[in-house]
Design a protein around this ligand. Structure first.
Ligand SMILES: Cc1cc2nc3c(=O)[nH]c(=O)nc-3n(C[C@H](O)[C@H](O)[C@H](O)COP(=O)(O)OP(=O)(O)OC[C@H]3O[C@@H](n4cnc5c(N)ncnc54)[C@H](O)[C@@H]3O)c2cc1C
Length: 471
């Protein structure tokens, strides 16, 4: 039976959900507050050059593949792959990491002091990509998940957090442990707050690759929009939702009545829209200050696409983020695209992403934090001057920007769940008996990760929803 469904929020989670539900035969309307679709994933122009903001790497491509296959399974005609038009390109390395006077690629190259330990680690964990993809995409009650869970637990024993697991590996150099641990900031939290799975992810990314779609990561948002349009979703942008009541979504311009509502916005935002009083979360994942610029010239040939600068003392960074204070030194990414590489640009472009506390504050280009870290990173990279000084034009996005349409304080991954309630076991659930008309997707029900977690959560939540609608 066809139902009417309103999806609130047009980030990657909302777009994917709308596309799948409409393809399954339901009448779907999506309402997005910003003028653009994609949420944190957005495409901007700086001095006529294309730069995609928000996510920069696609990991666990099997999850994206499952979105396409699920869409295909609901009907005939041109394939989802053709309609979405996303072409993932594998980067030669996960990234180049700069830490305590050393630089190393992942996978660690031969001849490097960490090579032997990394080889052992990748040998033990690199093959777990399929198991993690299963955990990301299958319902926790699906019997298929047991095998995947067991395979992972075999590695960890009783050491279930990233920190406790890595602490137990006495054969691994301390600095390499820190490099592996810093990946938990991809979930916005410290290694003692995440499952040991996050350590494994570094090895899986090295084994199975990290990807950027040809044209930029925003191609994922565009691909999902194409699928949504092809399935007949009625898409509305620039309409900020003001309230959500059973079956009714209200904006300043219209009232959308439907059988079901899917929230693809942060959990705290939804509570506000439903008129519930909610106190700000005690814990928040990190935020970021992102500077996107056009470079006056290409960088030296040894600078890879994705460089990672570590703080000398990662523990001090985790402590500062926990207290919502600007750290003395942070973890930063530099995404660098030569002219014509990935983007159809005529000039080189770079994105400098500084991990920052979720304080919701604006940050300027001239801010001491930005200038200091730009100098430190550029020295590590061996550049002749700070990367920010090499930018002829730039745009800056700060915690205030992210807070504008996301979670409190601009927390990139919302409020983190305790490690033992990660992923699909997270509260709030996808749906509850008390509000059978309301379903949830996106970062608030699948925290702790980026695109794979959000899209994996969409698969789990929409499968359950479709079963419930059928019943
Ligand atoms: C700087 C940065 C770097 C990142 N790097 C990576 C990476 O390399 N790889 C990776 O996999 N992930 C990365 N991520 C994470 C990834 O971008 C997110 O996990 C993902 O995009 C979240 O999608 P979402 O749909 O859950 O949420 P959002 O993108 O936040 O979507 C929510 C949508 O709801 C809308 N909304 C909110 N309130 C309302 C309202 N009242 N009315 C109407 N609409 C509303 C918002 O405007 C938004 O469009 C990064 C994120 C950031 C910010």
């Amino acid at each position: 039976m066809n139902r009417t469904i309103t999806v609130v929020g047009g980030g990657l989670g909302g777009l994917a959900t709308a596309a799948l539900l409409a393809r399954a035969g339901h009448k779907v309307t999506l309402v997005e507050g910003n003028e653009w679709l994609g949420g944190k994933s957005r495409r901007i122009e700086v001095a006529g050059q294309r730069i995609d903001t928000g996510p920069s790497l696609v990991t666990f491509p099997g999850v994206w593949q499952q979105i396409l296959e699920t869409w295909d399974s609901f009907g005939d005609g041109p394939s989802a792959e053709t309609i979405a038009g996303v072409k993932l390109e594998r980067l030669p390395e996960v990234g180049r990491y700069y830490f305590r006077g050393q630089a190393a690629n992942l996978p660690v190259e031969e001849g490097h002091p960490w090579h032997a330990a990394w080889q052992r680690f990748q040998h033990e964990h690199g093959g777990l990509g399929e198991a993690i993809t299963t955990l990301l995409t299958k319902d926790p009650w699906d019997p298929g998940i047991l095998g995947a869970g067991k395979e992972l637990l075999k590695r960890y024993g009783i050491r279930l957090t990233t920190k406790s697991y890595l602490d137990g590996l006495d054969w691994m150099p301390h600095d390499l442990k820190d490099v592996i641990s810093i990946h938990t900031l991809n979930a916005g939290v410290s290694p003692d707050q995440t499952l040991a799975l996050y350590a494994t992810m570094a090895a899986v990314m090295a084994e199975d690759g990290v990807f950027v779609p040809k044209g930029g990561v925003y191609e994922i948002a565009k691909g999902l929009e194409n699928l949504a349009r092809a399935a007949g979703v009625d898409l509305h942008t620039g309409e900020h939702v003001l309230s959500v009541t059973p079956g009714v979504v209200t904006t300043a311009a219209a009232t959308y009545s439907s059988d079901y509502v899917v929230s693809a916005v942060d959990g705290g935002i939804l509570e506000g829209l439903m008129g519930k009083r909610s106190s700000p979360p005690r814990k928040l994942s990190c935020s970021g200050v992102a500077i996107f610029g056009v470079l006056e010239e290409e960088l030296p040939a040894d600078i890879v696409t994705h460089s990672v600068m570590m703080p000398e003392e990662p523990e001090a960074l985790f402590r500062s983020l926990g207290k919502r204070q600007r750290p003395q030194e942070t973890m930063a990414f530099l995404n660098y695209y030569r002219a014509g590489d990935i983007y159809p640009n005529t000039q080189p472009v770079a994105a400098l992403l500084l991990t920052a506390p979720p304080d919701g504050k604006a940050c300027s280009f001239e801010d001491d934090f930005v200038q200091r870290e730009s100098r430190r990173f550029s020295d590590l990279l061996g550049l002749s001057k700070p990367i920010t000084e090499m930018m002829t034009e730039h745009t800056i996005l700060d915690p205030e920007y992210f807070a504008g349409f996301g979670a409190v304080g601009g927390a990139l991954y919302g409020a983190p769940a305790p490690w033992w309630r990660s992923g699909p076991f997270h509260s709030p659930a996808y749906n509850s008996k008390r509000t059978p008309w309301l379903w949830r997707v996106g970062s608030s029900v699948h925290p702790g990760g980026g695109i794979p977690a959000v899209l994996g959560g969409v698969l789990i939540s929409t499968r359950r929803m479709l079963r419930a609608l059928q019943d």
